[in-house]
Ligand binder design. Structure first.
Ligand SMILES: Nc1ncnc2c1ncn2[C@@H]1O[C@H](COP(=O)(O)OP(=O)(O)OP(=O)(O)O)[C@@H](O)[C@H]1O
Ligand SMILES: [Mg+2]
Length: 535
């Protein structure tokens, strides 16, 4: 019995219909080709996929495969790269150049990151790591079939896929430095595939923005991008938010509730702060990534089968997290198919001018009157910025520019001394920073609120940076609960709400009530906004 056959029995029990289960007529129009020289694998894949209703052909010889791929068009090709006689790369390139719409899934033993990346860059759609189960095959082929049908609908309507299924809302991702361009080019390439992505980079460097960029450039862009912050929630709550729960699973579970993985069905799930997820939840997640099968908390059965693309992010070194036993190695490899690293802002000084001017224009339009002339950055101010170390990266720059927008006179020139850097400005060797110019004072309450908000933002940026993005550590050194820290970050737009991606108005049943002690022990000015004192 092959591995695949063994696993077939698993899928014989009826699984709940996934949202993208395709009707029988559509299935019979999907043309699949299996290329593998291993007879038993080829045959078991064939009988399984044919029994699902697809048109399936097989091929066991490299040369024949080459000929078939040149001559005929298939919708989906399952391709083993190690065929005798013809190099695998040649097979892939023929499959893709002759028929660019063909979806090629590579079947391979343990792929290295480098080899995976190379193949995805060449246009492979995803991987099936050998040995695989029937369920894994079914989930992956199911995703590919969905993509094939989406493309057909778009084409029959005479539209190009990106125009029809691409999300045209504006998403501004700026950067012209070589390091940033390399990263964004790779993000654009990987967006077209369905592979998992792991984004690394310091706090505030733009990981979440890039995750959104990938989603919006993917075939899933019409569906949801659901984000969950793994560090912001206690374990039990994170588990029930992700997987959902059955009625009675815990005291407050008054009814069945789907989790965010079900909400993300058809779309993309963004797992932020991945390394903060507990090992038990990591194991559960791995099953969903591999098999698409969801078991809600308190459930013995399979509650749903989902089709989700995963993008994870962390501001820590994921390999070190694996070594420290914080991140499961199998999960790391599963998500690390395409690693994307966001360079810190200090290493791409060329981007600072564009970002500064963009934020200035955006916040000026938002906060100031239409008739007020927009200030300009002096060359010296930009040069000073380029020498700053930007521990809070793009977010720090954005906060700094927003501050400037509030305090700068219309039409003024912004000089080095006007820049309120965290930890003070970096003095330029050639020109000592002039003393800050006096600012108009304005009403006391507004000025105090502004100053407090500024303090909070700077404090939080520095706090998170010093803890190297480790939220538990940051919370401990601030002397507050982690959930309090997240609330503060969210208040200042420094972190997306954990509820994002939820259906508006969807109820939130929480197994663990947030204790009122969470906010105890933190100075009012930080926890609850301005203190109630008066002059
Ligand atoms: N290249 C960019 N162009 C425009 N805006 C950017 C860029 N990079 C980051 N930003 C903005 O900077 C802010 C921080 O980015 P983001 O939230 O994506 O960072 P992050 O790496 O996820 O941070 P954290 O590790 O703290 O979660 C956001 O408001 C984002 O829109
Ligand atoms: Mg983030």
């Amino acid at each position: 019995m092959t591995h695949l056959e063994k696993a077939r029995s698993i899928s014989l029990s009826p699984l709940p219909r996934s949202r993208f289960e395709v009707d029988e007529t559509a299935k019979s129009t999907v043309r699949l080709l299996i290329v593998d020289d291993e007879h038993s694998l080829r045959e078991s894949c064939h009988s399984y996929l044919a029994s699902e209703g697809f048109q399936v052909e097989t091929c066991g010889k490299g040369k024949e495969a080459l000929e078939l791929l040149t001559r005929r068009e298939f919708d989906i090709v399952l391709l083993d790269l190690f065929m005798s006689g013809v190099p695998g790369a040649k097979l892939l390139s023929v499959a893709l150049t002759r028929h660019p719409r063909t979806i090629v899934i590579i079947m391979t033993g343990k792929p290295t990151v480098e080899s995976s990346l190379e193949l995805l860059e060449q246009g492979a759609w995803d991987y099936l790591t050998k040995p695989f189960s029937a369920t894994q095959l079914r989930i992956l082929v199911g995703r590919a079939v969905h993509a094939v049908l989406v493309t057909r609908v778009a084409e029959s309507a005479g539209a190009d896929v990106e125009a029809r299924f691409g999300n045209t809302d504006k998403l501004t991702v700026l950067g012209t430095s070589p390091a940033f361009r390399r990263m964004i080019d790779l993000a654009r390439k990987v967006a077209r595939t369905d592979a998992s992505v792991l984004i690394t980079g310091e706090s505030g460097s733009g990981k979440e923005l890039v995750a959104e960029f990938i989603h919006r450039h993917s075939r899933r862009s019409r569906e949801r991008l659901v984000a969950i912050n793994c560090a912001a929630l206690p374990d039990t709550l994170l588990e029930s938010e992700m997987f959902g729960h059955r009625k009675g699973a815990f005291t407050d579970a008054l009814r069945d509730k789907p989790g965010l993985l079900e909400v993300a069905n058809g779309g993309t799930m963004f797992l932020d702060e991945l390394t903060d997820m507990s090992p038990a939840i990591q194991a559960k997640l791995l099953r969903v990534i591999q098999d698409g099968v969801i078991r809600r908390v308190g459930s013995e059965d399979v509650d749903a089968v989902v089709n989700v693309r995963f993008i994870a992010a962390t501001n820590r070194d994921p390999r070190a997290a694996v070594e420290a036993g914080k991140l499961r190695q199998d999960l790391f490899y599963r998500l690390h198919v395409v690693p994307l690293h966001l360079p810190p802002l200090r290493e791409r000084a060329e981007d600072i001018k564009g970002l500064s001017e963009y934020f200035l224009a955006r916040f000026w339009a938002q906060h100031r009157g239409a008739g007020e002339a927009i200030p300009v950055f002096s060359e010296a101010a930009l040069r000073t910025s380029q020498r700053h170390s930007w521990p809070g990266n793009v977010r720090e720059l954005q906060n700094l520019v927003e501050h400037l927008v509030v305090v700068t006179e219309p039409g003024a020139e912004i000089r080095p001394g006007d820049l309120p850097f965290i930890g003070g400005a970096v003095p330029l060797d050639d020109e000592p920073a002039p003393p800050p110019r006096p600012q108009p004072v304005g009403p006391y309450h507004a000025a105090r609120e502004h100053a407090l908000a500024q303090f909070q933002k700077q404090y939080l940026s520095l706090l998170v940076e010093q803890a190297r993005g480790n939220m538990s550590k940051a919370a401990a050194s601030a002397g507050v609960e982690r959930s309090t820290l997240y609330r503060l970050l969210e208040r200042h737009g420094m972190h997306r709400s954990v509820e994002d991606g939820r259906t508006p108005g969807a109820d939130v049943e929480k197994p663990v009530a947030e204790s009122p002690q969470d906010v105890a022990g933190i100075p009012d000015a930080v926890a609850n906004g301005p203190a109630p004192d008066t002059p």
